[in-house]
Design a protein. Structure first.
Length: 211
């Protein structure tokens, strides 16, 4: 798939409104967490438009209904620590999803991701995995997370992020051209420390008040 086919950026007014509030330096951690929550659910909704359904008939109080239910098992893969708030929010929509935590941090000198925690189970009985992380900067963390999932045998993987840099989108699409990317926004560029401009700063610090 080409980059333009792989990458979707939400145009929804609610997403744009809430992203603006998320970026605001005056937004406090508790407000930031609520906004991450709302945005994650909105983007998850858009990113899962292709989930398969199966017939599911039941009785309403007034009669028979030939309904449907989700036929796919979902795995959520939050990249620690900033992805935690996204996974929690999505779990409220799909409580039966599995959650596999991947601990990656970006080394401040090399800017390369360092893996420090991996809670993937031995057997992955799911149909689609969603890697969730608010920020796609150089794309190194996301690409490493997807590689870990592929090495574990997963084939259908999507990435959900709130804000990306063009550099990160390009790097991820080149390394994993089979992984659809669903974003709230693509910003201008990376600065000299590889932070997204204008971005929102450090998503982990802003979510957990550790600045
Ligand atoms: C942030 C963010 C991503 C990563 C993005 O995590 O949540 O995981 O940086 O950068 P990249 O695209 O250049 O790899 P960070 O390393 O700050 O860890 P933290 O969530 O524990 O603070
Ligand atoms: N990680 C963040 O949290 N923010 C950025 O802008 C880049 C990486």
């Amino acid at each position: 798939m080409s980059e333009s086919e792989l990458v979707s950026v939400s145009r929804h007014p609610l997403v744009r409104h809430k992203l603006t509030r998320l970026r605001d330096e005056a937004t406090e951690p508790w407000q930031f967490r609520l906004l991450v929550r709302d945005l994650s659910q909105l983007l998850f909704f858009e990113a899962t438009h292709d989930l398969r359904l199966e017939p599911w008939s039941m009785r309403t109080p007034l009669g028979e209904h030939a309904g449907e239910r989700l036929a796919e098992h979902i795995g959520l893969v939050p990249i620690l620590r900033a992805g935690l708030g996204m996974a929690d929010a999505i779990l409220d929509l799909v409580p039966s999803a599995c959650v596999w935590h991947l601990g990656l941090y970006r080394d401040h000198e090399t800017l390369r991701p360092v893996t420090y925690y991996n809670k993937l189970p031995a057997s992955l009985a799911i149909d689609v995995a969603l890697v969730v992380d608010p920020m796609l900067a150089t794309g190194g963390s996301a690409a490493t997370a997807v590689s870990i999932l592929k090495e574990a045998g997963l084939r259908r993987i999507k990435l959900l992020g709130l804000i990306a840099a063009p550099e990160g989108v390009q790097a991820l699409s080149q390394t994993h051209p089979d992984v659809p990317v669903h974003l709230g926004a693509i910003d201008s560029h990376l600065d000299e420390r590889s932070y997204i401009v204008p971005g929102l700063g450090d998503a982990g610090d802003r979510q957990f008040g550790t600045q």
